[in-house]
Design a protein around this ligand. Structure first.
Ligand SMILES: Cc1cc2nc3c(=O)[nH]c(=O)nc-3n(C[C@H](O)[C@H](O)[C@H](O)COP(=O)(O)O)c2cc1C
Length: 178
């Protein structure tokens, strides 16, 4: 793998001497050019404890059947909970929920003591006041390098709308006015 920090319009830079760490950093930075929304994905672990993490790898897959996906880092503390539980919920965050994103991006932190939530179907925690919610059945775990891709069948969904939280080049952003 080679990387270049030059604009796409310029010639590809030869980077044979780049270390794996430099290459990984460059790849991460380049992937960060892709603006995404921000979600919090929740489930319950085998002892019934609520589990959740901030995720921007969420994407739509299929309308019929209704399928979505996201990917989880194999080193996440909640890895077993998400890859083994029957159900999970995806919450699309609003523009004013940056603090919720930061909270759920904390590793193993007490995430549920500081937000309003209630128990949804299958005991899966549902956060209040998000832009949209998808309640899913885990349909498939797909091998994806240092991540596992989780395919979910959407069983229920709802939307309240509002401006979304945006993530781009490692920073939160707001939509420019229409
Ligand atoms: C904006 C944003 C997006 C993220 N997206 C993902 C993702 O798609 N997959 C993932 O595994 N981690 C993602 N993370 C990192 C996790 O939220 C973070 O590692 C969290 O601490 C995992 O929680 P846990 O270790 O308690 O399970 C993201 C973090 C941020 C701030």
């Amino acid at each position: 793998m080679t990387a270049s920090s030059k604009p796409a319009s310029s010639a590809t830079q030869t980077t044979a001497g780049d270390s794996p760490a430099e290459c990984s950093r460059a790849l991460r930075d380049t992937l960060g050019q892709f603006a995404t929304g921000v979600t919090v994905v929740t489930t319950v672990d085998s002892s019934g404890q609520p589990v959740g993490m901030t995720v921007n790898s969420f994407n739509s897959v299929s309308l019929d059947p209704a399928l979505i996906l996201w990917s989880i880092d194999k080193s996440a503390l909640s890895y077993s909970a998400f890859t083994e539980s029957e159900y999970f919920a995806v919450h699309i965050l609003k523009g004013d929920q940056q603090h919720v994103s930061n909270l759920f991006a904390g590793r193993g932190a007490d995430k549920f003591g500081q937000v309003k939530w209630h128990q949804g179907k299958g005991g899966v925690p549902q956060l209040d006041d998000c832009a949209a919610l998808f309640h899913c059945r885990r349909a498939q775990n797909i091998e994806g390098g240092d991540h596992t891709i989780l395919l979910g069948e959407v069983l229920e969904f709802s939307a309240t709308g509002g401006e979304p939280l945006i993530f781009h080049r490692g920073r939160y952003r707001a939509l420019a006015g229409e």
